[in-house]
Structure formats: C-alpha cells, structure tokens
Ligand binder design. Sequence first.
Ligand code: ADP
Length: 400
Amino acid sequence: MTDPGTRRVLVVNAGSSSLKYQLVDPDDGTSEASGLVERIGLADGRARHTCSAGTFTTESDVPDHARAMELLTAAFAEHGPDLAAVQLVAVGHRVVHGGADFSQPTLITAEVVETVRRLIPLAPLHNPGNLEGIEVARETFPDVPQVAVFDTAFHQTMPASASTYAVPRAWREEHRVRRYGFHGTSHAYVSRRTAALLGRPLEDVAIVVLHLGNGASATAVDGGRSVATSMGLTPLEGLVMGTRPGDLDPGLAGHLADRAGLTPDDFDRALSKESGLLGLTGSADFREVMERRAQGDADASLAFDVVVHRLLHYVGGYAAVLGRLDALAFTAGIGEHSPELRAEVLTRLAGFGVELDPEANATASGEARITTASSSVAAFVVPTNEEWEIARQAAGVVAG
Ligand code: ADP
C-alpha cells in the first residue's frame, strides 16, 4: 500500500524507440510500479505497466515520445499508484553522455537541455532519445523538479593520464576526443555496495567493478572515485560485448577501407552491431554461447576464452593502476548469472591472492561473497540497481 508520506522518484530511461520507467523510493530502492513503452515511432507500439494490481499491456500507435508519456500517465491513472497522491519529489532521467560538462547529477534547466543537445555528436544514438524523454516529462510534470543523471559523470574523476588519448591536439581540443567512460551509475552503485559488503569505508578501498551485460565495462575505483575505465569516447572500447568488439588496433579502419572498400558507416555498423560474441559465434547472447560451449562448439569455446583473456587483461592492469586491490565485483546479466565465467576469472587470479569459494560461487544469489574468508582479495556478486542509484542521486539534488 502506498504511504503518501514517503518520497518517490519517477526514473525515466528514454531511448530513441523506447521509454522505460520505474517509480522508486530513493531511500530504500523499493519500487511500486515499472513499465516500458516500446516501438516508439513504429506502426505497432506496445506499453506494459506492472504494479501491485498486476501487469497490463496495451497495443497502441505510438508515433512519438509525447504519446509514450501519455500512455505512462494513463497506466498510472488506471492501474495505480496514483501519481497525484504520492510525494513525487523528482523525475530522474538517465542521460548517456554528459561529456566533460557534467560531473554530477544536475537539475534540468533550459540551459542544461541545450548543453545535452550540444553533446549529441558524442552520443548520436542515445542523447536525442534522452532529450525527447526530458522534454515530454517537463511538459507532463511541470511542477516536479527534473534531474539528469549522466552515465559518464562518475568517470569525470579520472586523472588526465587515464582519460587522454595520445592523438593530435586538434582532435582533442576541437572534437573533444578523450575517454569518457559509461555505465557510471552502475559502477557507482556497485562500488558502494562492495565496500559495504567488505565492511570497510568506501574511502579506504580499491575495487575493480566488472559490469558484464550486453554492454560491458571494467572500472578501477579508488576510495569511491573512478580512476580508470574500459569504455572510451564511445561505448565500443574495452571488454568483449554482445555485439561490440572492445579493444582493437586503430589501424583496422584504414586496413579495411583499403582492402575491402569499407565506408565509415559500414565500419560503425560492423563494430556496433555485428562484432563481439555475435561476430565470434553467431549469437550475441552469452547464455546461448555457454550452452554451445558445453556441447563442445569450438567457436563458443574460443569466444569464452577471448572474453576471459580480455577480463584478465583489465583486472591485472587496473590492479597495477590502483597499486593494490581489495575487492573485485561482478555485476549485470553475465556477472550476476554466470558462475562459470566468474570461476574461470577468479581461478586464473589465484597467483594474485584470490581464493575462490566454489560452493559460494555456484550458489550465489543476490549479493554474495564468492571468495574464501582467507582470500586476500575478496570477490563479490553485486546485482546492479541503476534505477535506485538514479532515484537516490535525483532525490539528493532536490534535497540540496
Ligand atoms: P543489458 O546490458 O542489455 O542490460 P543484461 O545486464 O541484462 O544486459 O545482460 C544480458 C546478458 O546476460 C546476455 O548476454 C545474457 O545471455 C546474459 N545472461 C543472463 N542470464 C544468464 C545466465 N543465467 N547465464 C549466463 N548468461 C546470462
């Protein structure tokens, strides 16, 4: 039952063709309602709303984000909870790219909207949808503060040594070419939870967080601050992902332009949508890759080995950057649900003071320590909760 005295944040994650939302209590992360409007701009849109009364789906024409927002408010009005009756302290928007302009969650003003618009060249696939979501939410909830929470913000603490690419000055100055990093909301949440599970102040600990979903990134967190991260100017760099390759030789672009006549568009598409697990095995889905590997499929087996090799490369590198390592944290779809991958990575790190607890790893569900009590580096599974982190940060901005 909704307690009208409790604060709520409506968390909105608007993409180019979908709008996800969740009504979250920023203090304890509980959620009374969530939903998704998908196929925005296509002929047959669909909306799904889940609340205490059940899950409700609507098929409807959804030409634009304004219509998607109408479906959201209609779902709350019809199925609950009644948004007019809860203490809605903020709408928290996930915004992918905040460039070097935003290092904190930020109250949205016309000027902030303009700055996010200027950053579109850095995130052409994401920032336009995020902006649509912001605009329709401002119109729908004119009296509720709107807060932008940026995927890049957590990484703005990286020193220049970690964020600078060794490329010509003009690229860096005129085109803002540098490492920005992504998944910051998840890395912030998971590193905080990891310190709590270790039972030590966040300020004292050195952690490597492995966010392994369809997109994947590793972050070195020193005393609660990101000091290095594997994604770069774009979310293509770093670890092997569902359809993205991660690190590559930059010479590849010229080589394939010369040899295969690839245009920049061809190259972009291949690296965003046709590489990674998909390029190696024909499936972007890690679970399917693991099933095929178990049946002896050579491509799936190689893909697993490539994924693990790249993870070890980053964990080792980041331990060196941090100068010490207290904990490793696994999160997101693969990190939370693949004991095989975690076991392989941790076993290979045995020489560095990591002692896997096979039983704890195999049975982990929710937050769990998966190394022995005597392991000098602890490892944890920490389910990420980006919605709670966005709600917490948005409520923090509003509270001042
Ligand atoms: P996104 O980045 O889209 O949020 P998720 O965090 O949901 O992605 O992660 C999706 C990935 O997690 C997929 O590759 C999926 O196969 C993998 N995954 C989910 N459950 C399991 C499982 N039980 N075992 C192995 N992989 C899993």
